[in-house]
Design a protein around this ligand. Sequence first.
Ligand code: AMP
Length: 229
Amino acid sequence: MSLIIVMLGAPGVGKGTQTRLLAEKYGYPHISTGDILREMAKSDTPLGREVRGVMASGRLVRDEVLAEIILTRTSQPDCANGYILDGFPRTLDQARLLEELALKQGNAILTLKLILPRQALMQRLTGRRTCTKCGRIYNIFLSPPKQEGICDVCGGALAQRSDDRKEVVATRIADYERATKPLTDYYQQSGRLVKIKGDRTVEEVLNDLSAAIDSIDGRRPPKQPVIAG
Ligand code: AMP
């Protein structure tokens, strides 16, 4: 029996960072639907253009597109022993798809939700800058580079993701909260949700997440409740 770990939490809560660390620690592949979609958005095809447009507006990409992404990615051999999902599911329909997939793959699902006050989320997102050369991430409020707009490590130019602009961020957070409330409730009601406070050091948060994973007996058959609606 292997484990599907679902990372929940609003944009900017630190899901990406913690998921990378957990993936390293437990040897699970880290599947970020945001990263996969950003890659897709670069291609000059009708789907690429659609994804680019939806992401730039801060809204959610269609479930059909996500279903295709998840089915394809999780059927790769590196997912055979389990995987960590970052950014998926975001809706009940997506959760329903994941239940079917878990049943087919024989995996148990554990959801870990990182929580942070709204004001802190805004600061984390609008301040985020990424090096266009090496990918290192800064925050102009919390962890600024030594020289404005320049990467400390490689000297590359820092850029802001188009969906991190202030006018888009508020929509992203509101959309996320509205769209995922039923999802969070659902995982809570089925006893598979663990909430972890995100306003502490990276190590402290990682320790709590690891404790939640370690407390699961992954060899037990997964609980497979039916989602209403
Ligand atoms: P993220 O990097 O997870 O914040 O995702 C960035 C953007 O990608 C989101 O604002 C959505 O437009 C899109 N996206 C990522 N994951 C999903 C998903 N599971 N369902 C729908 N849209 C998604």
